[in-house]
Design a protein around this ligand. Structure first.
Ligand code: ASP
Ligand code: MG
Length: 420
């Protein structure tokens, strides 16, 4: 059994959906669970619907939703010839689920409505792709993942109930493979025990795929992306970025932790725990090998660079010249936990503490206010956090010359520099 995950870019046009079908066809005879994201920028579009609805702009919400409907119906028209009526009915059922809600008034939390609305992107994309594949003779079974993947009700960042989900996979997914080689379902979404839809956080489909790979004891997981491989830097910022053929789980976890936008950070643990290799491959060039990520340590990696922009430096110092010891520190960490913000870098001295954080304005304001109860607080914005794994002195110099350095931290493997 293999697990494939196709991202939104692999299905955002007619040609790309056909291309995805061509890739799947080359695996004829193999058992594959296929996880698919919402098409192209659908999730962003649905976020706008949720915003409008929650801010009492019902007409805007309905109109924005019309655009999502139109783009899917339009694709359907050109994509599906035999089973178009079935496809149209299924899409319309999902449209109705959302519209029914949009005609109401918001009485619950924003995050709740966000999940009820945004989950529709994955339902629509998977239904379309599944029916298209059946249409062209690639037999598959479509599953509503909300019947399988159970979560708590922490909307927008729901926590997976592994035991319940594993049980459902055993009783409801595994048996499907006796009659079909391909099962298609949604990434990113799940449901609570009260059948409310939930989401696992943006870009969560990689993680969904890893959950299934783990439970199904898959031989491998493949993430099909629009890049040739995982690279050692963002090629938009660094034109000389190189492809990395092999990486260890450890390296990828570290890269994701420091903010590299490679793979959803939660993806590696379920795979590592069952020693399942992860392939990152290019759906535009399926002949390329891409990157293989496994438990094998990899030596001689080039410097791996992660740049995080829009950083804030929060400088905290004790109000009465007392030491910053366990008590104020634990109070501060309790604030991080409550406000759900995590420092990307922190350093403390005798009476002061420096924290570098993402500039999520609302959270930063809350944190600054709460921290000012125990510390003097100063903020500096518009900073960049540079992380280099496997650094060399030349690389550090090349990337920091001419910058004003505010904070620096170094281990034998990794250097982090906060700069202006
Ligand atoms: N469609 C969701 C997003 O755009 C989930 C995913 O693509 O992984 O964030
Ligand atoms: Mg995506």
């Amino acid at each position: 059994m293999k697990v494939f995950k196709f991202g939104g870019a692999s299905i955002n046009t007619l040609e790309r959906i056909k291309n995805t079908g061509d890739i799947i066809k080359t695996y004829e005879g193999e058992k594959i669970l296929i996880i698919i994201s919402a098409m192209g920028k659908t999730t962003n579009a649905l976020e706008k619907v949720a915003d409008a609805f929650f801010n009492a702009r019902k007409d805007d919400a309905l109109q924005l939703f019309e655009q999502v409907k139109a783009s899917h119906l339009n694709l359907l028209k050109y994509l599906i010839t035999v089973n178009w009526q079935q496809a149209e009915n299924q899409l319309k059922d999902f449209f109705t689920e959302v519209e029914w809600l949009l005609y109401d008034k918001p009485v619950r939390s924003y995050d709740y409505y966000y999940d009820q609305i945004v989950c529709c992107g994955e339902l629509l994309s998977t239904a379309l792709v599944s029916i298209y594949l059946n249409d062209i003779g690639i037999k598959n079974t479509w599953v509503d993942v909300r019947d399988i993947l159970r979560t708590d009700n922490n909307f927008r960042d729901a926590y997976v109930d592994w035991d319940y989900t594993a049980e459902k996979v055993k009783t409801h997914i595994e048996p499907l493979f006796t009659d079909t080689d391909l099962v298609i379902t949604q990434g990113f979404i799940g449901a609570t025990d009260e059948n409310e839809s939930t989401t696992l956080g943006r870009e969560g489909s990689d993680f969904s795929a890893a959950i299934f790979a783990n439970i199904l004891d898959a031989e491998s997981q493949t993430i099909w992306k629009d890049v040739e491989a995982v690279m050692n830097a963002d090629p938009k910022e660094f034109p000389d970025a190189e492809n990395l053929d092999v990486l260890s789980y450890r390296e990828v976890v570290e890269m994701a932790y420091y903010g590299a936008q490679v793979i959803h950070p939660n993806t590696i643990k379920p795979l590592e725990n069952k020693n399942i290799p992860l392939h990152v491959r290019c759906f535009l060039k399926p002949d390329l090998p891409g990157t293989v990520i496994s438990n094998q340590p990899v030596h001689g990696l080039p410097p791996i660079i992660v740049l995080k922009k829009q950083q804030v430096l929060m400088s905290l110092s004790s109000k009465d010249f007392s030491f910053v010891e366990e008590k104020p520190l634990s109070q501060l960490y309790a604030m991080f936990d409550r406000i759900k913000i995590r420092p990307n870098l922190s350093q403390h001295g005798a009476i002061g503490l420096l924290c570098c954080l993402d500039d999520k304005s609302e959270k930063i304001e809350k944190l600054a206010l709460a921290a000012s109860e125990i510390f003097n607080v100063q903020l500096e914005k518009n900073l960049t956090l540079l992380t280099i794994r496997h650094y060399t002195e030349e690389k550090i110099k090349a990337l920091t010359t001419g910058k004003h350095i505010l904070l620096e931290q170094k281990t034998t493997e990794t250097i982090q520099v906060l700069m202006r």
